[in-house]
Every structure is written in C-alpha cells, then in structure tokens.
Design a protein around this ligand. Structure first.
Ligand code: HEC
Length: 231
C-alpha cells in the first residue's frame, strides 16, 4: 500500500507550486508599467547615455546647473523680426511697396531677378509670366487626358502673373509669395536666399509692367522711338 508523504512535505509542495506563479505575474506587471529607471536591463538598447537630463545638476559649472542659459544676444532662427521689410515684405502692417533700403533697384538687380525667376519660377509660370511654363503645360495635358494620373491627383493651373489681381500685388506681397508660397503653390524661402527673393519680386513687377505699360510710363525722349517700333 502506498503511504502518503508526510504532511509537511505536501504543504511545502503546495507552497512551491504557488510560488512558481509569482514570477510570471511580476514579469507581466513590470512589462506593462512604463518606468524610465528600469532596474533590470536585459537589453541595453540606448537606455544609458552619457548626458544630463533637464533640470539635473552638473558639478562642472560653478552654478551647478546642467542646463545652460542662451548666450547673450542669441536669436532663434527666423525670430529676429528686426527688419520686417527685409524678412517679410511688410512695413507698418502692410505689404511693402518698395524694396528694402539696403537693396537699390539697379539693372544688375533686375537681371539677377530675371535669372532666378527663369530658374525657379518659369517652369510653372513661364518666361513671360503667363502661367504657361513647361511643367504646367505638361501637367495640364496629363490631367485632361483619359489615361492621365488617377488616385485623386490634381494640379492647379499656375496663375498668370498678369492677372489683374496679381498685378495689383505690392512687391512685398510678391516677395512673400516667393518666400512662403500661396494656397497650392509652395514657398521657396528654403531654396532661394532673401536678396534673390527680392530680386525675383522686383523682376516680377518689371515683367508685369512690361506687359501692361502705358505710353506715360515711357520717358518722353524715348516715346517717338517706341511708337515707330511698335508700328
Ligand atoms: C511648381 C509650380 C510653381 C512654381 C515653380 C512657382 N509657382 Fe507661383 N504659383 C503656382 C500655382 C499653381 C499658383 C496658383 C496657386 C493657387 O491658386 O492655388 C501660383 C501662384 C503664384 C502667384 C499669384 C498669387 C495670387 O495672389 O494669386 C504669384 C505672385 C506667384 N505664384 C509667384 C511665383 C514666384 C515668384 C515663383 C518663383 C519663386 C513661383 N511662383 C514659382 C505654381 C508655381
């Protein structure tokens, strides 16, 4: 006949079995609880980095702070805001009608603007500014063909810069469009530097004038010549 083991042994066995259930519970709990100071790191990943956390102490500095204050005179990118005329095309809360004082309108400036316009803007707006650039023409063709792009692809006709609305824009606003874009047109502030964006804006105004000039805007001594050539 099989005799039962002694009672203490049964008792210890039951206890041991119960104890086995504890580690899985602990592990499950720890895994489900976020903790930046995990005690056991089986995988180090990037848990330990030689760095100072915000608000922590650093004995290297006399004041004991790890976080250093900004060097006096530091200006965050795009936050100078000293000359809104130059950086935003705005004077006294309105679009500037003139170029910034540091940029006199010269022939060189307009030629520079023409060069940059032809590089950056003409693909869509066309060399003449009529919104007939090659990219725009190609996109419009694709959009209207039956096997053109599907999946909700769309293309907005590049605006003619001789549209009366655009002609009325002050040079500061043209500068702003070149910088930040407008509606579906994206901005070129990251690709074209400030001076070149002004040169482009000045050139756009010139281009507009060239297509809508009246005889009054021609110096008197040149009017006869123009009249002959136009005929
Ligand atoms: C990739 C094509 C593309 C390029 C490149 C492009 N534009 Fe445009 N532009 C557009 C489109 C499209 C519109 C019309 C946007 C709309 O109505 O949603 C537009 C509109 C404009 C307008 C009219 C704003 C108004 O009030 O309606 C101006 C001014 C302008 N662009 C200037 C420029 C200048 C300056 C450049 C070069 C720095 C440039 N664009 C480059 C596509 C382009």
């Amino acid at each position: 006949m099989i005799s039962l083991p002694p009672r203490w042994m049964l008792f210890a066995g039951v206890l041991a079995t119960l104890a086995l259930a504890v580690p899985p519970f602990v592990i499950a709990r720890v895994r489900a609880t976020p903790d930046s100071n995990r005690a056991v790191h089986l995988f180090f990943d990037m848990d330990f980095q030689p760095k100072f956390r915000p608000q922590s102490a650093n004995p290297l500095f006399a004041d004991g702070r790890a976080q250093r204050t900004a060097v006096a005179g530091t200006v965050a990118r795009g936050e100078a805001g000293l000359d809104t005329h130059l950086s935003e095309g705005v004077v006294g809360g309105k679009w500037a009608d003139t170029l910034p004082a540091s940029m006199p309108v010269t022939r060189e400036l307009l030629e520079r603007g023409q060069g940059r316009f032809n590089i950056y803007c003409s693909a869509c707006h066309g060399y003449g500014g009529y919104g007939d650039g090659t990219v725009n023409v190609r996109a419009m063709t694709l959009m209207s063909s039956s096997d053109g792009p599907a999946n909700g692809t769309s293309w907005v006709q590049a605006k003619s810069l001789h549209d009366p609305i655009v002609r009325d824009h002050a040079v500061g606003m043209i500068f702003n469009v070149a910088t930040n874009g407008i509606r579906t047109m994206s901005g070129y502030g990251a690709q074209i530097d400030v001076a070149d964006r002004w040169a482009i804006a000045a050139y756009v105004k010139t281009l507009q004038l060239s297509q809508n000039a009246s005889m009054q805007s021609v110096p008197p001594e040149l009017r006869d010549r123009i009249k002959k050539e136009v005929k």
